[in-house]
Design a protein. Sequence first.
Length: 554
Amino acid sequence: MKYSELCDYYERLEDTTKNLKMRDIVAELLEEAPSEDLELITLASMGRVFPASVDKDIGIAGKLMQKIIAKSYGAAEEEVVEKFKQTGDLGKTAEYFCENNRQRSLMTKELTVKKVFENLRKLPETTGTGSEERKERLVRELLTSAEPVEARYVVRTTLQEMRIGVGEGTVRDAIAVAFGVPKEKVENAFFKLTDYGEVAKIARKKGEEGLDDVEIEVGRPLRVMLAEISESLQDALEEYENPAVEVKLDGFRGQIHKDGDDITLYSRRLEDKTDQFPEVVEWAKECLKPEECIVDCEIVAVDEEGKPLAFQNLSKRIQRKYDIQRMKEEIPVQVNCFDLFYVDGESFMESSLKDRWEKLNEIVVERKGKFKLVEHLETNDMEEANSFYQKALGQKQEGVMVKNLDAKYQPGKRVGYWKKVKETMEPLDLVVVEGIWGEGKRSQWISSLMLAVRDPDTGDFLKTGKMATGMTEEQLQEITDKMEELIISEDGRTVKVRPKIVVEVGYEEIQKSPKYDTGYALRFPRLLRFRYDKSPEEVDIVERLKSLYRKQNN
């Protein structure tokens, strides 16, 4: 498919904010896409270069892109910066300079979707000495061949900032419409494959039956099931006829994939974290009996006596790529298994939690203080459950999970099968969307952060408060380093960033406020911890914010 044809669809999407119209435009695109390009075009409709299951970062930030635009079109970098300040969009900035190109090449080739993806997929693999120059060449090759509108979307795709409003929900529904299959089956296939490109290909070629036949693959990460918040332990117990109570751990949610002696550890964001936890790899080889299995677990940091430590200690290991052995010794961990997906050719996702727990007990060989089953109690007796809850709090755990023993495993959703019970009002998980460079002593850091919740209907992030106090210098440096890699536009001291950094935030109260997109503001928000284990799609939704506001005022 010609890239210009895809860009026509992008422009149509950019011109509407109506969800159903977006769905229909994407459905039309998928119907028209040639079979050989369908997987790429499905990803392209969301502005993605890689599927969710592939943990790769393109590695081109705003400042480097400004340099690339200048070189591609024979402009001075200062001119590009000035135009960028006017447009606030590097895509439109590239479009402008492409239209007014001073060194238009006569040797350009017409861009195709395949060519654009071919170049962009080389970027993460381009490392080592001279890698920045080689990355520049790959993007410049596309820009110098592009027409103005194509340049807009090449730049936006490279920066992962499409501005067309298409998320996973839109693509799920569009696949259903385009190929006449139920959207629930599209979504279930995605939860197993974590690649809507593959799902679209199956839906077109094999229809509903093909989606039903999608199997779990060891070594390919799955979306995990998520819990809802319960007002109280009593409410949570009354929710289910057959409840189980488990300790709620303050750790890193992981899924262990075992294929013989090959062990892979994935985060809830589908990132490969195997190298960061070499001891978990060794324990899994010894403690998981099956030849093949996929286990859901929580990895917690512990002290010398095996007592749990706060998540902030563990986050240093999650992000670490060097000095692994030293970090392993400084921050020991413990694995707590609590669920499973798959054992030796058999999927357990449709099985009840009771059956899954029994199977988990069969396949796990516990190793004291290292690799174990989570503390688990099956009861609907309030006194017994509360005693278990108080014991968990006494161990400095977060609280408990109350689970429906009759429920299947439903990945990727908060469907009400699990309930979280914690001692105090729940903090909020929010994503950073903007920042402001500090002044005076703080001028070297981005010290004020704009925070947002997610609208699950549109996939948009809605601003709901600014956090400017309570961060240590070490935390300010950490957030600044992360945000500088994600900047997509700058206006004076304010920077807009790709929504990727998730933070857990405490606050004094929630107030109504027309100042923010949600209509609500957080009073005195404070950073509790960085949540590198969570994706932007997992931050709290706007309804959660409203619910907390109502609870607070009642």
